[in-house]
Design a protein around this ligand. Structure first.
Ligand SMILES: Nc1ncnc2c1ncn2[C@@H]1O[C@H](COP(=O)(O)OP(=O)(O)OP(=O)(O)O)[C@@H](O)[C@H]1O
Length: 589
């Protein structure tokens, strides 16, 4: 019961978020039109069953004119039902498409906002405790949203039509059932009205209970299946992304083992699903097959005692089967319900994680202030910590109580031993590291660029890679500008390939990718530039050359903060910050 209440609460939350909001006005109109069409289809269907009595009786009485008359009625109704059904399908698919688009856009936006995608990649995923999972956000966005929408839509429309057809057919079946007299003893008897309705109710009730007893474990199995499928797919994507390293290590057998383990988890779970479905199918076949005979069995007594005609008996059987299939909504839609429940759980978890991350960001004790009429960046009382580990009250401190003013056009070099927290310092300034406290004041409106050690190559043309994250279009001036910078950074030989589309992260060497980072800087010309070991893959001569170009082009325009290990970088900076066990020593160069 508790599970059912929380399932409905979670669904109401998701439904309200994406469907009941103000801008979905037309979608709601479409939804109501769909409901009306559904009601019309059911109404016409009931009429069709009602008229079928005339049709069958005409056949039984060899009455040709009555037969053609009812055939005409039949065809007219059937044609109307077909027209409505076709338009209903078109409308519902359009609505599904819109709904998927809103939901995907919204999740994508929140996933990308506040660097949630970055922080989620560090979050620990508890493989044992399935209450605490936030794995594979990509699968949740690309697949679970679609499953959720399709299943909830099918179930909503199905439930609605079930309720309406139940009311209509129960009335029809009640009127056809007549009164049955049951004699217990000679003196004791009772008359039962609507015996067929009661029979359908008991039959479908038992069917629902048994289906749920056999199938309820499928909810967890289906959830696990999605999880295993996503893990396996992610394993394969990692293999493709790290193909070169794996080939160099010749570690194909390791990869084979780890992928096989993931695959084994997948098929083991799938086998459990198959077994459970086998039991469910056994019961379902028995249940639906007997349902065909059951109404004849209950109503045959009246037919053989000549209380009803053959047409009447057939009509009872049709009405019974409609009532029975309406009452069997849960057993009939069990697979969809299973999918719906598992997708709801995965989306609610994702939604919860995104909210938690946003909240954590808002509650971070590192505050950013952007002020106008200010040229410098002020760092006040900044403490940077590692995230809390289980059982710890306070995270390990990387930088303690740092106070620093970064003046315009200043060049600062950050050094320190490996793991001392240099990159984490830049992450904090970039606003993607929330662990710590302090205040950072930036001048408002200045362009800022943070450049990581490994340059990212987006998919697309070389032009797109060289100017990322700006967007550049081909023009004479633009091409000339890019070619000049390529020339300056000793990458002239790529000048003729600007519009070539490749996976450039595989084509360009690591050193060339770092040169590409310099090209982007010279193209963008940011006011504030933070460089995290951007020359680590270059030889010393190339490193010195690129830094001299950078200083020549930007020294009077930008403030440059670099992280680096080599001594030759010192000549390009005026201040050195040395990080050592939480303390920061400042030295003029
Ligand atoms: N998400 C994280 N969770 C836990 N610890 C982390 C995380 N990110 C970094 N660390 C730890 O923080 C410490 C500082 O890392 P950081 O990358 O800032 O070092 P660094 O000084 O830049 O090192 P290097 O010179 O090797 O680049 C390291 O011990 C690292 O293991």
């Amino acid at each position: 019961m508790h599970a059912l209440i929380s399932l409905f609460a979670e669904n109401w939350h998701l439904f309200r978020l994406y469907f009941v909001s103000e801008e979905r006005f037309y979608a709601r109109i479409m939804f109501f039109v769909l409901i009306i069409m559904e009601l019309m289809t059911i109404g016409l269907d009931v009429l069709l069953t009602y008229w079928s009595k005339n049709f069958l009786n005409a056949l039984q009485n060899y009455d040709q004119s009555a037969f053609f008359h009812s055939l005409l009625q039949f065809c007219f109704l059937a044609a109307t039902i077909i027209i409505i059904s076709v338009h209903k399908t078109y409308l519902s698919q359009t609505l599904l498409l819109y709904w998927r688009r809103w939901m995907t856009n919204d999740f994508l936006k929140r996933y990308l906002d506040h660097h949630a995608y970055y922080e989620m990649s560090f979050m620990k995923n508890n493989r044992q405790n399935i209450q605490d999972r936030n794995d594979n956000p990509d699968q949740r966005i690309s697949s679970d949203i679609s499953i959720y929408i399709i299943s909830i839509f099918e179930l909503t429309i199905g439930l609605l039509s079930t309720c309406v057809s139940l009311v209509c057919y129960v009335i029809l079946l009640w009127s056809l059932s007549g009164v049955i007299k049951i004699n217990f003893t000679q003196n004791l008897s009772c008359s039962v009205r609507g015996i067929m309705v009661w029979a359908a109710l008991i039959y479908a009730g038992l069917g629902t209970i048994i289906t749920n007893l056999i199938g309820r474990v499928l909810f967890h199995l289906k959830y696990e299946q999605e999880h295993c499928e996503a893990n396996f797919r992610y394993g394969l994507v990692r293999l493709r992304d790290h193909a070169e390293s794996i080939a160099f290590y010749r570690s194909e057998s390791n990869e084979q083992t780890s992928l096989s383990t993931l695959y084994l988890e997948l098929i083991t779970n799938f086998r459990r699903i198959i077994h459970r479905k086998l039991a469910l199918n056994w019961f379902d076949s028995f249940y639906t097959t007997t349902a065909r005979v059951f109404p004849y069995l209950v109503a045959s007594h009246r037919y053989f005692s000549k209380q009803i005609t053959f047409g009447h008996l057939e009509q009872i059987a049709t009405a019974f089967s409609s009532v029975h299939s309406a009452l069997s909504f849960i057993p009939n839609s069990y697979e969809t319900i299973v999918q719906w429940r598992s997708a709801t759980k995965r989306l609610t978890e994702f939604e919860y994680t995104l909210n938690e991350l946003q909240l954590a960001k808002q509650n971070s004790k590192i505050k950013f202030i952007y002020v106008s009429n200010e040229q410098s960046t002020h760092i006040e009382n900044l403490t940077i910590q590692l995230p809390l580990k289980i059982g710890e009250n306070d995270g390990q401190i990387l930088i303690k109580h740092l106070n620093l003013v970064l003046e315009p056009h200043q060049a600062v070099l950050i050094t320190g031993k490996t793991g001392s927290g240099k990159s984490t310092f830049l992450r904090t300034l970039a606003g993607i590291w929330p662990h710590g406290s302090g205040m950072i004041t930036f001048p408002v409106g200045d362009t800022v660029a943070f450049v990581p050690q490994k340059a990212y190559c987006p998919l697309g043309s070389l032009r797109h890679c060289l100017t990322y994250p700006s967007i550049s279009f081909s023009s004479i001036e633009e091409d000339k500008k890019i070619r000049n910078i390529l020339n300056l950074c000793q990458m002239k030989y790529w000048s003729n390939n600007l519009d070539e589309v490749q996976d450039w992260s595989r084509v360009l060497s690591l050193g060339e990718q770092q040169k590409m980072a310099f090209i982007r800087i010279l193209y963008l010309r940011p006011k504030w530039l933070f460089l995290d070991e951007v020359t680590s893959s270059l030889d010393e001569q190339a490193e010195t050359y690129l830094y001299s170009i950078l200083m020549q082009e930007l020294a009077n325009h930008s403030t440059i903060i670099s992280i680096g290990h080599r001594n030759n970088l010192r000549q390009f900076h005026q201040l050195e910050l040395v990080l050592n066990d939480g303390n920061v020593t400042m030295m003029s160069i």
